[in-house]
Design a protein around this ligand. Sequence first.
Ligand code: NDP
Ligand code: GDR
Length: 326
Amino acid sequence: MPRALITGVTGQDGAYLSQLLLDKGYEVFGLLRRSSSGDVIDERLRWLGIAGKVRMMDGNLIDLSSLLRILQEVKPDEVYNLGAQSFVKTSWNQPLLTGQVTALGAGNMLEAVRLAAPDARFYQASSSEMYGLIQEPIQSEKTPFYPRSPYAVAKLYAHWMTVNYRESFGMHASSGILFNHESPLRGIEFVTRKVTDGAARIKLGLASALPMGNLDAKRDWGHARDYVKAMWLMLQQETPDDYVVATGRTVTVRDMCRIAFSHVGLDYEEFVKVDPAFMRPAEVDVLLGDATKAREKLGWTAETSLEDMIKEMVEADLARHRARQR
Ligand code: NDP
Ligand code: GDR
C-alpha cells in the first residue's frame, strides 16, 4: 500500500486529494497544526465522508523538527506540500508570517524530505499568482514571473527551491503551477465562494446585499476535484517537472457574479455593491493559463465547466443555510 503525506490536509485541496488517494488505495497521512477549535478542523474531510480515514500527525510547517519526526515515522512514498497562508489579501496584513509558512515552510519540507525521506516524491503547490503583472497574454511554464503580493513572492521562493532541490540533489520534486480552482469546500473568504454563499443567503432572505472588491479582475477558474488529479499524475511520471494546470478560459468576477445570481433567479446588479474595503494594494488583473504540457505529458484536462461548478457551489450553500434554518 503506497503511503502519502499531505500538508494542508484540512484545506480545500487537501480534502479532495485525500479522497483521490484513498480511492486509489493509498494510506494517507496529514500534517495537522494544533488548533483550539479541534472539532471543526476536519470539517471538509467529514463533508467528503473520509474523516477518520486520514491519519493526522501533529506538526507545523514552520517547525522543521516536527517535519523530520513525521517523515521518519510515516516513511511516505509521496509528499504533497499544500500547506500555506493562502489568502492573497491577508498576505499584506501578515507578510512575514506568509513568508515563514508559504516560503520557508516549503523550504523546511524540502529539507526534511532530503534528510529524512530522500526517495520520496515531492509535490509543491505553486500558483498562477506568481505571474502577477503578466508578461504574456497566455501563461505557460515558460512565461516570466512578476509577483504582485507578499503571498506571490513567498510562492516564488517555494517554487524555485523546488526546482533547485531537484537540480541540486536529484530529488523527484515537481511543481504544479495551478490556476484558481474552487469547489463547495472553498474557504468563504475567496471570491467564488463568497459570491455563491452571498447569492444563497440573499435568495433565502438572510442578507440584502453583497459588498465586493474589484469586479473587473479576470480569472481562469477550474474545479479543485479535477486539479488534484493533476497533482497525483505529476508524481507518477518517471521524471519530475513543472506543469501549468488551468482551463484556458478567463472570466471577470462580474460575469462569475452574474452566473451565480442567475442560478437562483436573481439579477446580481441589484445586490452586488462595490466596497473599497475589498480592494487590494496591488491587483493581478487577468490570468489565463495554457495547460498544453499537462495535457500532452500527463493526459490531464479540466473536466468541469465554470457554469457547472458555480451551480454546484450555489446548491451546496443553499443546502447549508437551509439546514441551519431548520
Ligand atoms: P486552503 O487555504 O484551503 O488550505 C491551506 C492549508 O494550509 C490548511 O490546511 C491550513 O491548515 C494549512 N496551513 C496553514 N498554515 C500552516 C502551517 N503553519 N503549518 C501547517 N499547515 C498550515 O488552501 P487550498 O486548499 O485552496 O490550496 C492548497 C495549496 O495550493 C496552498 O498552498 C495554496 O496556496 C495553493 N494554491 C491554491 C490554489 C487555489 O486556487 N485553491 C491555486 C494555486 C495554488 P489550517 O486548517 O490549520 O488553517
Ligand atoms: P486569488 O483569489 O487572490 O486569485 O488567489 P480570490 O478568490 O481571493 O480573488 C480573486 C479575484 O477576485 C477579486 N475580488 C475579490 N476577492 C475576494 N477574495 N473578495 C472580494 O470581495 C473580491 N472582489 C473582487 C480579487 O481582487 C481577485 O482579483 C487564489 C488563492 O487560492 C491563492 O492561494 C492561489 O494561489 C490563487 O488563487 C491562484
